[in-house]
Design a protein around this ligand. Sequence first.
Ligand SMILES: [Zn+2]
Ligand SMILES: [Zn+2]
Length: 113
Amino acid sequence: MTMTLHQAGLTGASTSVSYQGLTPRQQDAFHRALKAAAQATNVWHIKDIHEFTAAALDIDLPHNDELVECSCEMCPDACDRIAPLSLCAEYLDGDTQRPQCPACADDHRITSD
Ligand SMILES: [Zn+2]
Ligand SMILES: [Zn+2]
């Protein structure tokens, strides 16, 4: 299934976007933002970074939420969707919690046990 990114109006923000569908500038902004968020020590600063990044990527991010990249292992082609953490399912990979985007969780949810 392919989703086409079209010009979103004021009410047209998506709940998730494909990394490949981003412009090089948006991909760059996303990487820098994640790096900045990883280095930030102030939780409000981290929230701000995620909020600004969501706006730059045209994602509808719920308040106090975070952007994550899908780490689904079930997709034949690695899934590259970026979505709000609260909408993602999470599964345990060893000791690490990994997010699975809403589309993947609907289609082939990974359960830890
Ligand atoms: Zn998947
Ligand atoms: Zn996914």
